[in-house]
Design a protein around this ligand. Structure first.
Ligand SMILES: [Mg+2]
Length: 231
């Protein structure tokens, strides 16, 4: 029998995006001459999350997320700063480093050779390429599907179908997606008929109508779970 296919989200599943984001945004503000106070970073984070949700629902496009989040923030604060410059600075800072989620490196090492691993990420191509290079984890993956390169985003079924087409000998019945987002990873998996595992380390409440097949609080639980699913 062929090896099971494991689709893994990148941000806040393998790499700690929250931490990387906070540092990159602080450096961006400082470079732009704005003191990166906690309050300001929090507000940026809120606006950013809101813009990504709007992308998931198809309300706005990628560029409107990447530039628009700074535009909204600067407008709100009455700052006359180029949001395009902020975007460029932020992306360059963000692509420079990486932090792992707890247990992520050990997990990849333990799955190596037993499963076929793929990354499914909604990130920006140049940023994700930099972070993957910095983390040195690309060799664990048979292929990496960044939405900007694929041409559409999670949770759109089209994104998943395009990934499936790029996976040789793809078998829907022997495939699971693992990710921290119900509204993108899990919803997309449900819509395209693969198994879904919600990585929920912060024990967030669920969302009505988006029910994962499995839920875990720690990445350590993944090997045993996979054995159970694909035994
Ligand atoms: Mg994520």
């Amino acid at each position: 029998m062929t090896k099971p296919i494991i689709l893994m989200d990148l941000d806040d599943t393998i790499l700690d995006f929250h931490k990387a984001e906070k540092l990159a945004i602080s450096r961006t503000f400082r470079e732009l001459g704005v003191e990166p106070e906690e309050k300001l970073i929090r507000r940026y984070s809120e606006i950013n999350a809101m813009q990504w949700k709007r992308l998931e629902t198809g309300e706005i496009n990628r560029e409107q997320v990447l530039v628009g989040r700074f535009e909204l923030l600067f407008n709100e604060l009455g700052l006359e700063i180029s949001s395009k410059r902020a975007k460029a600075l932020y992306e360059s800072f963000l692509s420079q480093g990486h932090y792992f989620m707890p247990g992520a490196e050990e997990l990849l090492e333990s799955l190596r050779g037993r499963y076929r691993l793929f990354i499914c990420s909604n990130g920006t191509a140049v940023v994700q390429a930099g972070r993957l290079k910095s983390a040195g984890i690309s060799p664990y993956f048979e292929d990496i599907f960044i939405s900007e390169e694929i041409g559409c985003n999670k949770p759109s079924p089209e994104y998943f179908r395009r990934c499936f087409r790029r996976i040789p000998d793809f078998d829907q019945n022997r495939c699971v997606i693992i990710g921290d987002s119900l509204s993108s990873d899990i919803l997309g998996g449900i819509r395209t008929g693969i198994k879904t595992c919600w990585y929920n380390p912060r024990h967030l409440p669920g969302i009505e109508g988006i029910v994962p097949d499995y839920e875990i609080g720690e990445l350590e639980q993944v090997p045993e779970l996979l054995q159970r699913i694909f035994c």
